[in-house]
Design a protein around this ligand. Structure first.
Ligand code: COA
Length: 210
């Protein structure tokens, strides 16, 4: 069975390991520190990052939801091979899987649905049952939490975190609805208008909280 190294030992890393197993891969979790390794729940193969041989050939993935931490690891190992973890139950519209396969470091969990003409940046997370509509753009290092629904023609800029069960209303072909970089959208929120960068929006309809 081919192996994949997954950075992280917490709950989301174990969920990424679930995806790897569903793909027929053998996950090896990679802990940053010994106490992280000691706290790992379950019977997983686990290495300390310092034990990774310099010349290793293990394909990598990052099982860490925090966009900033994920970005730092991606930069540290930029030259190495990052694969996409895509659960077999995810569905893709016309030609969308080919586009996704050009990317690296994506985590696409069970039940995710992408329609078509969607541009995903590297190292995005699309968590359980999230849906992404036609003509959306998600820049790199975006995290879409479980059950979030992104309508068509939305542009989510780098570093955004879209909360569980949030809904983002559609933009248009000529004016995508933009969520500015590093912005957080709270769980269950309904975004009806563009959102500033580096902000927190929540509620129905979503308003800027921070
Ligand atoms: C939006 C969020 C980030 C705000 O967290 P925070 O920065 O700690 O802010 P606070 O909890 O202090 O809340 C700030 C205000 O927003 C409100 N608020 C927070 N989350 C909200 C939500 N999801 N919907 C509506 N209002 C919300 C609070 O009631 C508070 O309102 P007030 O100022 O009138 O009292 C957080 O509540 C949230 O929803 N996180 C997403 C969780 C999630 O989806 N996790 C997925 C894991 S995979």
């Amino acid at each position: 069975m081919n192996k994949v190294g997954i950075f992280g030992c917490a709950g989301f890393a174990r969920e990424c390991a679930d995806i790897a197993y569903a793909m027929g891969l053998h996950p090896i979790l990679i802990a940053y520190e010994a106490n992280e390794k000691a706290a790992l729940k379950g019977d997983y193969d686990c290495l300390l990052e310092s034990e990774l041989p310099a010349n290793h050939t293990l394909p990598l993935a990052i099982g860490i939801g925090d966009n900033g931490v994920r970005q730092k690891i991606a930069e540290r190992y930029f030259e190495q091979e990052f694969i996409n973890l895509i659960h077999p139950s995810a569905t893709f519209g016309y030609q969308q899987k080919n586009a996704v396969d050009q990317k690296r470091g994506l985590i696409i969990a069970a039940g995710v649905r992408l329609t078509n003409q969607i541009a995903l940046g590297d190292f995005c997370i699309l968590n359980l049952n999230a849906t992404i509509g036609h003509d959306c753009i998600l820049d790199a290092f975006v995290n879409v939490a479980p059950g979030a629904n992104i309508s068509g023609n939305v542009h989510i800029q780098s570093g955004c975190w879209i909360g569980t069960n949030a809904a983002i209303n559609q933009g248009s072909e000529s004016a995508k609805l933009i969520i500015g970089e590093n912005t957080i959208v709270g769980s269950g929120s309904v975004v009806t208008k563009p959102c500033d960068s580096n902000a927190v929006y929540a509620g129905v309809p979503a308003v800027r909280k921070k």
